[in-house]
Design a protein. Structure first.
Length: 171
């Protein structure tokens, strides 16, 4: 039996590859020539300890407690190791994770990430077995730097001003 990457043969359709290639090309024009960028393909456990106070780390791991089968699971031990390493780094970081949804909260926020600054935002997932299962999840950006200039939460703020009903009086 043959399997393609992530068992989704159409995942990397030509249009998607072209989009990614164009984005990489655009970014490469922005970041040249300074600083001298170095890219690594290693475990976060190997890379994070190398960061200095002049570095910036962005982490987007599989979400603990959510559908993570595409990565063979993300355990609480993985989350704790990431927390320990980010707690020890001198670099600034942003971690992307989920905060809560209509049914439950991310236990790792309370257990680990609450010691840092957190910004949340509603995010609608367009995936799921049926339309009824496609719901909003409150995403969280966790960071170790000041966020006073950023609104802390947007969830629950979707209420728009309702237009006033016009009435006509007939004379």
């Amino acid at each position: 039996m043959e399997y393609s990457f992530l068992q989704k043969p159409d995942r990397f359709a030509q249009a998607y590859i072209t989009k990614i290639t164009n984005q990489v090309s655009t970014v490469s024009k922005i970041i040249k020539p300074e600083p001298a960028w170095t890219f690594h393909n290693k475990s976060f456990a190997e890379i994070i300890p190398l960061a200095t106070e002049n570095d910036f780390i962005y982490c987007d791991p599989p979400y603990y407690g959510r559908y993570v089968d595409y990565y063979n699971g993300w355990t609480e031990q993985d989350e704790e190791l990431l927390f320990t390493l980010l707690s020890q780094t001198k670099a600034k970081f942003i971690l992307s994770t989920w905060h809560h949804n209509d049914w439950r909260a991310n236990d790792m926020i309370e257990k680990f990430w609450n010691k840092f600054n957190i910004v949340t935002k509603d995010h609608f997932y367009h995936s799921g077995g049926s339309i009824e299962n496609r719901k909003t999840v409150v995403e969280a950006l966790v960071c170790n730097f000041d966020l006073d200039h950023i609104q802390g939460h947007n969830h629950g703020l979707k209420e728009k001003n309702k237009p006033e009903q016009l009435t006509l009086e007939l004379a």
